[in-house]
Write a protein that binds this ligand. Structure first.
Ligand code: VGL
Ligand code: ZN
Length: 206
């Protein structure tokens, strides 16, 4: 893609807990920071998402006695992977990576703040129907083309990209600005699903 004045950079969950040393560290997760900082300088519009869970959140393995992190349970809205406690509201792990150039962000959208439901996507919670409000915000502002980067490629970036396509936005995912968890082939699954949905995958934006 060539960047146009009305294009938006959506930066997904570049938070301490997803970086090395964090509670749900993504391998090499902090490597996305300089890439995203360079991209952010080139977009007129930047929005950040922040995974933001209350203590005892339903996606935490610790909330399900006997369940191990990275196992799957069935929630009323469907299967849910259980994670180590991460991105607890106000905790240092929930803060943005200290080197992330967050100042130019026009909006920070927090997600996953309801105890009983997780939210991978920036647009809908994991029932795929409860909106976060981001689509309304973008539509009201006339922003229709989204470039995405952040953590993790196969979870929050993947679901955000699919939902954005479903809502009619143009979506490019910048892979050099993403890193994956890759649980049981989830990166390959996510890549196939994004391509099928018409998401444009690029290494970088020239
Ligand atoms: C994420 C798992 C749990 C992500 C958030 O940002 O990809 N993954 N919460
Ligand atoms: Zn989370």
């Amino acid at each position: 893609m060539a960047i146009r004045p009305g294009d938006l950079l959506l930066v997904i969950d570049v938070q301490n807990d997803f970086c090395p040393g964090g509670a749900l560290a993504v391998a090499d997760g902090d490597a996305v920071v300089p890439v995203i900082n360079r991209l952010a300088e080139r977009f007129n519009h930047v929005v950040l998402t922040q995974d933001w869970h209350p203590e005892g959140h339903g996606s935490f393995a610790s909330s399900h006695p006997g369940a191990a992190p990275f196992s799957t349970v069935t929630m009323p809205y469907g299967p849910q992977t259980l994670w180590p406690d991460h991105c607890v509201q106000g905790a240092p792990g929930a803060a943005f990576h200290p080197q992330l150039a967050a100042d130019r962000a026009e909006l920070v959208i927090r997600k996953g703040f309801r105890a009983a439901i997780d939210s991978y996507s920036a647009f809908f919670e994991n029932d795929r129907t409860t909106p976060t409000g981001l689509a309304g915000y973008l539509r009201e502002r006339g922003l229709t083309r989204i470039a995405m980067a952040g953590l993790a490629t196969d979870y929050c970036v993947h679901y955000s990209a699919l939902d954005a396509r479903r809502l009619g936005f143009g979506v490019t995912v910048v892979l050099s600005g993403c890193r994956a968890i890759d649980l049981a082939g989830s990166l390959a699954t996510a890549t196939t699903a994004m391509l099928a949905a018409g998401v444009v995958l690029v290494d970088d934006i020239a």
